[in-house]
Write a protein that binds this ligand. Structure first.
Ligand code: GDP
Ligand code: MG
Length: 681
């Protein structure tokens, strides 16, 4: 047999209170007046932790062995110890708690509250009254019928304590701490009608109230400012067992049926402690009570709020950090994480929703302050991800831009300006889209600065590309130019006509004009500045001139020019006017012919030695151009145009003359010998 009289628990799951845990009981304050460390866990095991305000607390007061535990077990399906009649063992002092079966009710069985009657000190009585009033909505005062009217009796002393304590707790703030006192008169035989009992009790209560020494500012407060009173009686449990049971059932409905007109757990009685804070709150209350400190409920509620909001915030933050951690590595590794903004938004919202769900039930000021702290903590975690994402986005967009530029500048027929424009637009567009996605609302995060720096880098990459492109183009034009110049220069220098420089310079001018035109034709698409164009053109002109000079140098190298002189001489000395090889006869004027051919050839040396057109217009055209040539920005060399007009110096001219003379003399000797030979034959 179950001694508690409580129905056996079944196992239908936690939520409806049918699990074994739901019927567990806990001594929250033991006989050494110590508060249990297990209440928070127990409330969770009871399945009440997440009930918010959706729960009730009821406590029972009364003398020993007045059937308090029996009543609670009947009303709430709890499992409190009931004194075993056969052994009459004394239950210890303390406060026990059970969860109501199938109901979100925390039931407190306060034992040993009649120290007065047993001649003990009233310390526990007072403390448990404080404790119960600070948390309970309904306080059941359990008493025998024959105790009614015994003003000096234990219960009245207890009630005085309750009233005093209540004034201290809720004094000025009656609306916050309204409590229902439910008097349950046990073993009501019916001789004295209920109305009389109620009147007697009410009169007693008012008398007690009057007799309280109240603080001056609370002098005119009425009992009804703080308490609602309700009275009920139960028939004798042993003598009228059936009636007792049915009346208990009636009373039970008043605790259960929210729609009942005499429903007892009115919202006004709720102490507004969220279920997940009850354990901490009660422990704090008990600690204050134990150390005999003034119990200041608003402070207790604020302390509770601070503790719980911190805890709730920590839990929310921990889950959040776990989520955020998943993307830290990829971001740090330089990856642009797809949809990071969406993730961050949802982690952040989830964390705040979790926090709001649990913490918003606590003291609003504390809740709000801790929320601001939480947001700061969330954003402090997200901000590096955001900045990393922007940096990575910046980098990848720039890389893509470079690649697109390279691809676009490949092959022929592209417009540089178009390539830059579209690559730039795509790059900045991609960055902006990514940056906007990553930016979480309600933060002070901005991406505009990063965009500005990206724009600058894109600009300088484009500039570099343009410079490279221009250089490439100038090189190409230069190569073409050299190719075109090569043959005409060869021809002119071989012919060695007096106006050979005119020919060369004229061709040079024409070819250069064409090269410049082809540069300008392409350069329009490069978005080059006037200055850049001028500098490129100058470089082109100078390189063209240097190319020409190199060609001339090559054609006037010792062996080459000596070959030219030799050819010139041979043509005049060894061949006649008709181009037929001469066979010298003794009567021929070898000396005259030799001298003429030699002198004519030697005349060529000064002609070759300096670039000197016969047409003065050409002569002036070139130096005038050269002045317009700034120092070559592409090669950085100094350039002295006048000096480049000299092909070889006078000294070298003399040397060439010497060498040529020697060669010519050999021809002369050979010619002479050939006539001697012909005579000898
Ligand atoms: P508590 O000390 O106030 O918690 O009282 P208990 O619930 O432990 O009951 C003490 C004794 O009184 C037990 O033997 C119960 O069976 C008995 N008892 C319980 N309720 C009543 C009742 O309404 N009338 C009578 N006469 N006895 C009861
Ligand atoms: Mg008991």
């Amino acid at each position: 047999m179950d001694p508690s009289g409580a129905p056996k628990s079944t196992t239908n799951g936690l939520a409806n209170g049918h699990s074994p845990a739901a019927s567990e009981r806990l001594q929250i304050i033991n006989d050494e007046k110590k508060f249990t460390p297990d209440l928070a866990a127990q409330i969770e095991r009871w399945g009440l932790r997440d009930a918010g305000f959706g729960y009730n607390i009821v406590a029972v007061f009364g003398s020993q062995s007045t059937g308090k535990s029996t009543l609670l077990n009947r009303l709430f399906g709890t499992t409190f110890d009931v004194m075993d009649e056969t052994r009459r063992q004394q239950t210890t002092k303390g406060i026990w708690m059970c969860r109501g079966k199938d109901m979100n009710v925390m039931v407190m069985d306060v034992e040993g509250t009649d120290g007065r009657e047993r001649g003990e000190d009233q310390d526990f009585e007072r403390k448990s009254a404080l404790f119960s009033l600070a948390s309970s909505e309904v306080l059941i005062i359990n008493l025998w019928e024959h105790q009614v009217g015994l003003y000096q009796g234990a219960n009245m002393g207890l009630l005085k304590t309750v009233f005093e304590v209540n004034l201290g707790l809720f004094g000025k703030n009656a609306t916050n701490g309204r409590t229902l006192l439910l008097f349950v008169i046990r073993d009501h035989i019916g001789q004295t009608p209920m109305a009389n009992l109620q009147a007697t009790l009410t009169a007693d209560l008012n008398r007690i109230w009057e007799s309280l020494s109240k603080p001056t500012d609370l002098q005119d407060r009425q009992l009804s400012d703080y308490f609602d009173l309700a009275f009920t009686a139960l028939p004798h449990k042993v003598l009228t067992a059936d009636k007792f049971e049915s009346e208990v059932v009636n009373l039970r409905t008043r605790f259960v049926d929210k729609e009942a007109p005499d429903f007892l757990f009115k919202p006004a009685y709720h102490k507004r402690i969220p279920a997940d804070g009850v354990a901490f709150y009660m422990e704090g209350i008990w600690e204050q009570v134990q150390t005999n400190k003034d119990l200041d409920l608003p402070t207790q509620q604020e302390l509770l709020a601070q503790f719980r909001c911190d805890e709730i915030s920590t839990v929310a933050l921990a889950e959040f950090n776990e989520q955020a951690k998943s993307q830290r590595r990829p971001v740090e590794a330089g990856r642009v994480v797809d949809g990071l903004g969406g993730m961050m938004r949802s982690w952040r919202t989830d964390a705040l929703t979790r926090y709001d769900r649990d913490a918003s039930r606590y003291h609003q000021g504390v809740y709000g302050r801790k929320r601001v702290d939480l947001i700061a903590a969330l954003d402090a975690t997200l901000s590096p991800l955001y900045l990393g994402q922007l940096k990575n986005l910046h980098k990848t967009c720039l890389v893509a831009f470079k690649k697109e530029m390279l691809d676009g500048l490949h092959g022929e027929g592209y417009s540089f300006a178009d390539v830059v424009l579209s690559a730039r637009e795509r790059c900045l567009g991609r960055f902006e889209t990514g940056a906007k996605e990553a930016t979480v609302e309600d933060t002070d995060w901005t991406w505009e600065d990063e965009m500005i720096s990206l724009k600058e880098e894109v600009g300088s990459v484009a500039d570099q590309c343009r410079k490279d492109e221009t250089k490439k183009m100038v090189n190409l034009i230069e190569r073409n130019f050299k190719k075109q110049m090569s043959e005409p220069v060869d021809l002119a220098l071989n012919k060695a006509a007096p106006d050979m420089w005119d020919d060369i310079l004229r061709t040079f001018r024409q070819t250069l004009d064409k090269a410049e035109a082809s540069y300008l034709a392409k350069a329009t698409s490069f978005d080059c500045t006037e200055e850049e164009n001028a500098s490129s053109l100058a470089a082109l002109r100078r390189r063209a001139w240097q190319g020409l000079r190199a060609k001339i140098d090559e054609q006037t190298a010792d062996q080459v020019i000596l070959g030219k002189l030799r050819g010139h001489f041979e043509e005049r000395f060894r061949y006649d006017e008709a181009g037929v090889p001469r066979v010298w006869k003794p009567e021929d004027d070898i000396d005259g012919a030799f001298k003429k051919a030699k002198d004519e050839t030697l005349d060529l040396i000064p002609l070759y030695s300096k670039i000197q057109p016969t047409d003065p217009k050409l002569e002036y055209a070139l130096p005038a151009d050269s002045i317009a040539i700034p120092n070559d920005s592409l090669s950085g060399e100094e350039f002295d145009f006048e000096a480049t007009l000299v092909v070889f110096t006078e000294t070298r001219g003399l040397e060439l003359t010497q060498k040529f003379r020697r060669e010519a003399d050999a021809y002369y000797v050979e010619a002479k010998r050939s006539t001697v030979a012909s005579i000898a034959q």
